[in-house]
Write a protein that binds this ligand. Structure first.
Ligand code: CFM
Ligand code: HCA
Length: 537
């Protein structure tokens, strides 16, 4: 409970809103919530950013090409558009991959049609076809994805018909995405478009013999800074076969037979829940939410998996691994905690990490005083929805009307009643919590935080660390506050699972147990602000 000892967030909220025109203030007010985990509070999220406001958000193309398909190494991801869209998405996310010798890895390349004025005026389909032929001749891929950038939608190039023609001509899998940057309100729309495209064009294309007793997919783990490698090693030790990861360290080949898995575990719910739900509906593969950020969360997720399979050997193995790893984790946490305990953190990131990383900070006794997502939906904030535990009677799986997994208002309905109904019909249920029920009372939750609000948050709380992305990094640091990038991890990582937790603790020791940041003197404190502008005639 942050009611005592920390400033009252209501004061800050008032100051932030005062700056805005009346209509904007009214809208922003709904996206800033003083948290109370005991109450079901609503937050306005997944709505358009007011033009003129400097947002942290990205675009639909980023969500589709960069996030969901980008980390897959055996597909050529061809960007149909001007070169900048491709160049600025070229390896910046730090998604890693490990190809076996001789296997294709196209991740290090940036493929683009490099549209010019002429293509904008006369159409770019011909150039797109040529680019596909060229990519095919040079690299011999088994699949090519085409990603539309803004101008493609504006001039009306039909990437889907080009894909169909080229598929027939070249005899490989080719499919297009209408993921123009301007669609939707953020990269979230791009995730949805990517999920639908992969499901339609790839999943189920191949069958494969079982390769293990327990086969799983891991969804929403993108192998940033090598996170997935940590998790893969744990699965291997525990005796679980990882069929496919969507999409860190992945191949489209494995997506094609991923429907042969027994279970889907969802790490980033925001970007990939659609595939989990579609696979459940079409192939009957159950899914549940996991989190491998934080040592405690990792232990919990492994236990959840072992319990699901109900195999006593696996349960024992999981306990053995947890006991062994926790010894190492605790040794480092105990050394670091006294140096950082009680410090204040803020995190404004994406659609899941602003929540997940609070677990790691909690393990060090660091308080998250304010947090928010860039583009998450209400369920990622408020989520108290009922996710069926999957130890359920195969004959009575028809629980659609009882399960609430969508970002609508249904989860406001009486949970107790739902629980009773589920239990009556032999189902177990688990709460899937969003960020707010997991945060302290009086912490300030802000959706789609902007530049002005960021500066005020820093002045108000004087946090010891701010977590966000590259666009925020240097402004925040000029305030004398260290910024940890929770997207790319700066140059660090992995931070997932037990090994990752140790890396993160050490990084926090470096960043928090030092006074060096207090020596930073922002240039704007001394240099005059430029107030006018020069007109050239
Ligand atoms: Fe999921 Fe992600 Fe995130 Fe995301 Fe992203 Fe990312 Fe992110 Mo950057 S898929 S929502 S769209 S966990 S790229 S790996 S770090 S904003 S919090
Ligand atoms: C994206 C990708 C991004 C950007 C990170 C950042 C990533 O949204 O297009 O702003 O630093 O993780 O690479 O989220």
């Amino acid at each position: 409970d942050y009611t005592n000892g920390l400033p009252d967030p209501a004061e800050l909220k008032e100051e932030l809103l005062k700056k805005y025109p009346r209509k904007v203030a009214k809208k922003r007010a709904k996206s800033m919530v003083t948290n109370n985990p005991a109450e079901s509070k609503e937050i306005l999220a997944n709505v358009r950013t007011v033009p003129g406001i400097i947002t942290q958000r990205g675009c639909t193309y980023a969500g589709c090409k960069g996030v969901v398909l980008g980390p897959t190494r055996d597909i050529i991801n061809l960007v149909h558009g001007p070169i900048g869209c491709s160049f600025y998405a070229w390896l910046t996310r730090r998604n890693q991959t490990r190809a076996m010798e001789g296997d294709p890895n196209f991740i290090t390349y940036a493929f683009s049609t490099d549209m010019q004025d002429e293509n904008i005026v006369f159409g770019g389909e011909k150039k797109l076809k040529e680019a596909i032929r060229e990519a095919f001749e040079n690299f011999h891929p088994t699949s090519i994805g085409i990603f539309s950038t803004c101008p493609v939608g504006l001039i009306g190039d039909d990437v889907h018909s080009v894909a169909r023609d080229m598929k027939a001509e070249l005899g490989i899998n080719i499919f297009g995405f209408s993921c123009e940057g301007y669609r939707g309100v953020s990269q979230s729309a791009g995730h949805h478009i990517a999920n639908n495209g992969i499901f339609k064009h790839v999943v189920g294309n191949e069958d494969r013999e079982r390769t293990g007793k327990y086969q799983v997919n891991l969804l929403g783990e993108y192998n940033i800074g090598g996170d997935a490698f940590e998790i893969e090693a744990l699965f291997e030790e525990i005796g679980v076969t990882l069929i496919s990861t969507y999409s860190g360290n992945s191949t489209v080949e494995s997506f094609a037979y991923s429907h042969t898995a027994d279970l889907n575990m969802v790490m980033c719910h925001r970007s990939i829940n659609y595939i989990a739900e579609m696979m459940e509906e079409k192939y009957g593969i159950p899914w549940f939410k996991v989190n491998f950020i934080g040592a405690e969360s990792t232990a919990k997720s492994l236990r959840k998996m072992a319990e699901y399979f109900g195999d006593s050997e696996m349960i024992a193995k999981v306990e053995e691994v947890i006991a062994r790893e926790m010894l190492k984790v605790k040794a480092v946490a105990e050394a670091v905690k006294p140096k950082v305990e009680g410090k204040l953190a803020m995190m404004f990131v994406g659609g899941s990490r602003a929540h997940h990383y609070q677990d790691l900070f909690r393990e060090l006794g660091v308080k998250t005083v304010s947090a928010g997502y860039e583009f998450a939906h209400r369920d990622d904030y408020e989520g108290r929805e009922v996710i069926p535990s999957i130890k359920i009677d195969a004959d009575t799986r028809n629980i659609e009307d009882l399960v609430v997994t969508k970002d609508d208002t249904r989860y406001r309905e009486d949970l107790a009643e739902k629980k009773a109904k589920l239990e009556e019909s032999g189902y177990e249920f688990k709460d899937y919590k969003g960020m707010m029920p997991d945060m302290q009372k009086n912490a300030l939750v802000i959706d789609d935080v902007n530049h002005w609000e960021t500066e005020k948050l820093i002045e108000f709380y004087k946090p010891d660390i701010f977590c966000a992305g590259i666009k925020e990094k240097y402004v925040v640091q000029k305030y004398g506050v260290p910024l940890k990038q929770l997207h790319s991890y700066d140059y660090g990582g992995p931070y997932a699972a037990f090994g990752g937790a140790i890396n993160f603790y050490k990084e926090m020791e470096r960043m928090l147990a030092t006074d060096v940041w207090k020596l930073v003197d922002a240039p704007w404190k001394h240099e005059p602000e430029i107030v006018g502008c020069v007109t050239v005639d």
